[in-house]
Design a protein around this ligand. Structure first.
Ligand SMILES: Cc1ncc(COP(=O)(O)O)c(C=O)c1O
Length: 387
């Protein structure tokens, strides 16, 4: 009997230990982990530099409260600002909390309350971020939602224009919809988002919680495009497994969050920040990011070539090491078959097999995963064809 709320559909694999791209179960089976803790372990499990930085901070102090100035907060804020071109940082503990901060900042800065997001988006599970999420299944059963959110079709410029007006505080988007099925935004859509936001004086919020910290081959995914967000949010990969979120904004809104207006007991925790500082020192390097682009291109093109012509494959797409294989049928049975073969993957929506390998993945590990995926997808198709 479990005393946990049955919030999650758990897998049957119990983790024992993990290092790099590999996880060993309590049954002593080794798995190649292409889930990265759902896009968190961008540098793999227990990266040595991160582990050392965390241990060093553990030996100093673990928590002290935001009553005290802390140099580690200043250092990480500077690294984030230098890497993004934004000016100020608020530290939170999770993605949803970072998005809450973004929504609050946009509402207070503009004096407006309407926020436009996209259908199939995912922004979190708190009351505001659930309302921001453009998926009915996430909001189901919770009664009346927080007002003033509206949803436009992703990559649909005309629908966007219909939703934005002079009452809009912000438009909030993902550059690649992760949970919604690994759908990259088009340049045309992003340009339209930026120009319509500017036209009506609304802020542009980019949710980089899944796409940020090198995942797509840039420190932040918006940097693939010619756009200048007013606010970005990050979490997941920032702490490489230690809980942290951050909201970054431009200097124009420095005074919006004055003392007493917003805050968090644990936000800016020094242990998580020690991890974040070490993560950023690695992930923001040009060579590292170019490596991610090369690896992403390699995986995507290998999968596209080897799976070409298979009737169960609709599309292989993605950006950097955020890859989705859209199937013509449910992805869950394939995920289970891959688990039996020792490869951990994710689904995004009912039909998309999602791959989020660590950015440190090696060519051999990618080849191993690609072979397993192709074997399973093609084998399943053969079974389907002969039955
Ligand atoms: C794009 C995006 N935004 C927000 C969130 C919510 O983050 P968290 O689960 O840390 O609250 C997620 C989580 O999957 C996400 O992918």
């Amino acid at each position: 009997m479990s005393n946990l709320f049955p919030t999650y559909q758990r897998w049957s694999i119990q983790p024992l230990e993990a290092k790099g791209a590999w996880m060993t179960s309590t049954e002593n089976k080794k798995y190649l982990d292409f889930t990265s803790g759902i896009g968190v372990l961008n540098l793999g499990h227990r990266h040595q530099k991160i582990e050392e930085a965390v241990i060093e901070q553990l030996n100093k102090y673990w928590h002290i409260s935001n009553l005290f100035p802390q140099s580690i907060q200043e250092e990480v804020a500077k690294l984030l600002c230098d890497a993004s071109g934004l000016d100020y940082v608020f530290f939170a503990n999770s993605g949803a909390e970072a998005n809450e901060a973004a929504i609050k900042l946009a509402r207070k800065a503009t004096g407006r309350s309407k926020i436009v997001t996209c259908l199939q988006s995912f922004h979190g599970r708190t009351f505001a971020t659930m309302a921001a999420t453009g998926q009915e299944k996430v909001r189901n059963g919770y009664g009346k939602m927080l007002e003033s959110f509206s949803y436009c079709a992703f990559n649909h410029v005309e629908d966007l224009y219909k939703n934005v007006d002079e009452e809009t505080a912000a438009i909030m988007i993902e550059i690649v919809q992760g949970e919604g099925g690994v759908h990259p935004a088009t340049e045309e859509f992003l340009q339209a988002v930026q120009s319509v936001a500017k036209k009506f004086g609304a802020l542009l919020i980019v949710d980089e919680i899944q796409t940020g910290i090198g995942r797509t081959g840039k420190t932040f995914a918006f940097q693939h495009f010619q756009i200048k967000p007013d606010i970005i949010t990050v979490a997941k990969g920032l702490g490489n497994g230690l809980p942290i979120g951050a909201m970054l904004g431009r200097k124009e809104w420095k005074e919006v969050f004055g003392p007493g207006s917003h805050g968090s007991t644990f936000g800016g925790n020094p242990v998580s920040l020690a991890a974040a500082k070490a993560v950023l020192s690695i992930v923001t390097s040009k060579d590292f990011l170019e490596g991610v682009i090369d690896k992403g291109e390699y995986m995507k093109s290998e999968l596209q070539n080897r799976l070409k012509g298979q009737s169960t494959i609709k599309e292989v797409r993605g950006l950097g090491l955020m890859i989705g294989i859209e199937l013509t049928e449910q992805a869950a049975p394939y995920l289970e078959a891959l688990q039996k073969e020792g490869l951990l993957t994710l689904v995004a929506g009912p039909n998309v097999l999602r791959l989020l390998p660590p950015l440190t993945v090696t060519r051999e590990e990618m080849d191993c995963a690609i072979s397993k995926i192709c074997e399973i997808l093609i084998h399943f198709e053969k079974t389907a064809l002969t039955s």
